[in-house]
Design a protein around this ligand. Structure first.
Ligand SMILES: C[S@@+](CC[C@H](N)C(=O)[O-])C[C@H]1O[C@@H](n2cnc3c(N)ncnc32)[C@H](O)[C@@H]1O
Length: 166
């Protein structure tokens, strides 16, 4: 597979995975008692592409963690929702404040599999600590402490990973 094809596969996985999670946590407004309560957490603002997709389609507060603010100018999150710093510290602070997350999208990583997977393994219990019961995690890396579930059938199960905080 060429790098270009791999890039397309990542974008498709992100769009389909994020849409799937938004649909599965449900709408909190109205009569839907099955909706998973809580906010959304975007881990890795980067250029802001996935954040922009989230804010376009999800009707919830979106917290964003990144150590730097270097996104496209049109994608700067509201100051109150941007948690700038190391993820470990930001997640501990969120847990202490009692923030509850219905859906986390995780896209940290530098493309070096050992390093990226060690970081995700370290952060997984801290992410779990802010997740609502039954909350969903859509992740570029494996998250060993949560229950892996099937995502949308259009996403290659080796490309993106889907978890429920069961
Ligand atoms: C691949 S980019 C995210 C791309 C983004 N989702 C998009 O669609 O444009 C990863 C981002 O995660 C941030 N990051 C990686 N590890 C981090 C950590 N441990 N704490 C805070 N930010 C981190 C980096 O600064 C970088 O901006």
């Amino acid at each position: 597979m060429s790098r270009l094809e791999s890039f397309r596969r990542r974008l498709n996985a992100q769009i389909d995975g994020i849409n799937w999670a938004i649909e599965n946590i449900g709408e909190t407004e109205g009569e839907n008692t099955n909706a998973i309560q809580g906010d959304i957490l975007e881990m890795g603002l980067g250029n802001g592409r996935t954040y922009d997709h989230l804010r376009e389609y999800a009707n919830r507060r979106i917290w964003v963690i990144d150590r730097v603010l270097q996104c496209h100018p049109s994608c700067v999150p509201p100051k109150a929702d941007f948690l700038q710093g190391e993820a470990d510290d930001m997640l501990v602070q969120m847990a202490q404040r009692g923030t509850q997350i219905a859906f986390t999208h995780y896209e940290f990583g530098i493309g070096v599999s050992d390093v990226d997977s060690a970081e995700a393994t370290r952060l997984a219990p801290l992410i779990k600590a802010v997740m609502a019961p039954q909350g969903l995690v859509v992740s570029q890396q494996k998250m060993p402490v949560m229950t892996q579930i099937d995502g949308p059938p259009t996403v290659d199960p080796d490309r993106y990973f889907f978890y429920r905080n069961a």
